[in-house]
Design a protein around this ligand. Structure first.
Ligand SMILES: Nc1ncnc2c1ncn2[C@@H]1O[C@H](COP(=O)(O)OP(=O)(O)O)[C@@H](O)[C@H]1O
Ligand SMILES: [Mg+2]
Length: 247
């Protein structure tokens, strides 16, 4: 991990209508850092990470990614969207495209890569997520866990500076979760900068540098995984941990 701030959110407020979803949030992530965001449903976790790549507008505050203020100009916003990879709970693959085409399409459209270049990258990435045998298959032929690994490969194809994961394993059959977590752990070891919303506490303990616990639109507590799990400070974090550990 380096000292450079890769993500810097400063005094962020966001409303959905009258509903104050993010309340004066300060949040930053260093280059190479793995941050796990957890907290009860509805606490604002998805909104927080969707703000990082400008998928959600904010009402006040500043968001800098690698030093660039994303809302300062249209160009900044476009650049950031190409540099911040996002993996969602539901994979959002194109059903009518093959696995390889799903991975190459953004490279050719957004990054102006040649077809050959994009195809070479796709083969490398399919190896990385252990799906090289699925290159010509369609999403419908894959299990949920395999689709999620394709979605990860698709994000990596853009050579992102930051990877955002929003509950990447929570819609998967239990038996396919492990392979997805393995790929994510590998990325964590490769020094990607990662923000991951997840309740997979094994993942958090193994590769997380920091846990951020949210509730009602605020960051209630942040700490190393060891401290957070063994010695949660706030009553809300204690209650949350009791609930997820009893499942
Ligand atoms: N587009 C939207 N319009 C209105 N309310 C929303 C919208 N998206 C989320 N919300 C509300 O904002 C709150 C936080 O949502 P979200 O960020 O998805 O939380 P989490 O990911 O922690 O479950 C929830 O109460 C949710 O219902
Ligand atoms: Mg969410």
């Amino acid at each position: 991990m380096q000292n450079k701030k890769m993500i810097d959110m400063i005094k962020i407020d966001k409303y959905y209508g009258d509903f104050h979803v993010l309340k004066d949030i300060d949040f930053n992530v260093k280059q190479g850092e793995i941050v796990v965001v957890c907290g009860p449903s509805g606490s604002g976790k998805s909104t927080l990470i969707r703000c990082i790549n400008g998928l959600e507008e904010i009402d006040s505050g500043d968001i800098l990614v690698d030093g660039v203020n994303i809302w300062e100009s249209k160009k900044n916003l476009q650049d950031i969207r190409a540099e911040v990879g996002m993996v969602f709970q539901h994979f959002n693959l194109f059903p009518h495209l093959t696995i390889t085409e799903n991975i190459t399409i953004a490279q050719t459209l957004v990054k102006n890569a040649s077809k050959e270049e994009a195809a070479t990258t796709a083969i490398e990435l399919l190896k990385k997520v252990k799906l090289e045998d699925k290159a010509t298959a369609y999403p419908a032929d894959l299990s949920g866990g395999q689709k999620q690994r394709v979605a990860i490969a698709r994000s990596l194809a853009m050579k992102p500076k930051v990877l955002l994961f929003d509950e990447p394993t929570s819609a998967l059959d239990p038996e396919t979760i492990g392979d997805v977590l393995e790929v994510m752990k590998e990325l964590a070891r490769e020094n990607y900068t990662i923000v991951c919303v997840t309740h997979e506490m094994g993942f958090a303990k193994e590769v997380g540098n920091r846990i951020v616990f949210m509730d009602h639109g605020t960051i209630v507590e942040e700490n190393t995984p060891d401290e957070f799990f063994n010695n949660p400070k706030s009553p809300r974090a204690k209650q949350f941990l009791n609930e997820i550990l009893s499942h």
